[in-house]
Design a protein around this ligand. Structure first.
Ligand code: NCD
Ligand code: ZN
Length: 347
């Protein structure tokens, strides 16, 4: 911790967010647009967004739902399935509709039912992506029920990601929302074409948070939070200054009733106070001077996009996170609900 009381950052971007669609999208979008100039929009709608036209239409719905005066830019992604066509994916990238393509192993997480059943099936797509420099965004968990849920990311590296990068060494890969020391070691060991996003929750909580005094559905997301040693490795990576790590909230809103259920959905809604949440971590780690690279520079450099103009100012001061947020008529519990954070965005 320092005694510093303000922090000015180049405007940041969120390199992984779920905005959903319809009324919920209109309700959650202003939180993301308030903090971030751009965001990578996840395509796991139901049904998923797989075509160039469908994605362009989704982008337009997002633009239409923006608060007046917002200059927020949604960067769209294509949902890969066993049936993905290399020519269609490449066309979407070349036309500027797809910024990247998202690999969900089938059934790995919310909205992944149409995901890829075996990476070998999309080998021609991945080869084409490597040729044209299109980033592959990876949900890195195996779905083998015989593998313990806390080991699924580490086993994914061994069974899928390492062999994939050995096969296509030039493929640009973002290992999304990493949760383990194993992922950090892997990303560190790879070339500049491999990077990772880190969420606020995986920097703040370990797996005990899901069981603190009872079952805590609002601390449940996928990949699930791991042991404390992994959280500490993620904090070290995020604040290390390495250009391979950047901000990706994985904000994943679900209605309260869908979370507080006998079979609660995976996903943490962290968009409302995301930057404040990251700032708390960087402050605790004595690394406030490295927040700007993580939030505003490393991501655009990896994606080959210009850095944003303009700045956002954070100031030291208490901000109380509400217990619940109304997103266009849907009640959603935000990350840090009821807690007080020590940095806030100055309007
Ligand atoms: C995400 C969602 O709800 O769409 N949930 C989550 O726990 N992160 C899907 C995902 O990114 O895994
Ligand atoms: Zn996600």
């Amino acid at each position: 911790m320092t005694t510093q009381t303000t922090l000015t950052l180049r405007r940041p971007d969120d390199w992984h967010v779920h905005l959903r669609d319809g009324g919920v999208m209109a309700g959650v979008l202003p939180y993301t647009a308030r903090q971030f100039a751009r965001a990578i929009i996840m395509p796991n709608l139901s049904p998923p967004v797989t075509s160039v036209e469908g994605t362009a239409a989704y982008r337009q719905r997002i633009l239409d739902a923006l608060p007046a005066g917002s200059d927020f830019t949604p960067l769209m992604t294509c949902y890969l399935t066993d049936a993905s066509d290399p020519a269609e994916i490449a066309r979407g990238f070349e036309e500027g509709v797809f910024t990247a393509a998202k690999l969900y192993p089938a059934h790995a997480t919310t909205g992944a039912a149409h995901g890829v059943t075996d990476i070998a099936r999309i080998r021609p797509v991945l080869e084409r992506m490597a040729d044209i420099g299109m980033p592959l965004l990876v949900h890195g968990e195996v779905t083998d029920a015989a593998v313990d849920i806390f080991d699924r990311e580490a086993v994914f590296i061994e069974r899928v990601l390492a062999p994939l990068l050995a096969d296509l060494p030039g493929l640009r890969v973002v290992f999304e929302h990493i949760t383990t020391a194993d992922a950090v070691a892997f990303v560190d060991a790879m070339g500049a074409n491999v990077a990772a996003t880190i969420t606020p929750q995986h920097l703040h909580i370990n797996r005990n948070a899901m069981f603190a005094g009872g079952l805590r559905p609002h601390a449940y997301c996928l990949p699930v939070a791991k042991r404390e040693a992994h959280r500490l490795a993620l904090r070290k990576a995020a604040t290390s200054g390495s250009a391979k790590y950047f901000l990706g909230t994985d904000s994943a809103p679900h209605a309260v009733a869908a979370k507080e259920s006998a079979c609660g959905c995976a996903g943490i809604f962290n968009a409302p106070y995301a930057l404040e949440s990251y700032a708390a971590v960087f402050d605790e780690e004595g690394a406030l001077d490295r927040l700007e690279a993580f939030a505003s520079e490393n991501g655009p450099r990896f994606y080959g996009l210009a850095l944003n103009e303009g700045t956002v100012m954070l100031e030291r001061g208490a901000v109380v996170v509400p217990d619940v947020i109304d997103a266009g008529g849907t009640a959603i519990v935000p990350f840090h609900a009821g807690q007080t954070l020590g940095w806030r965005i100055k309007d």
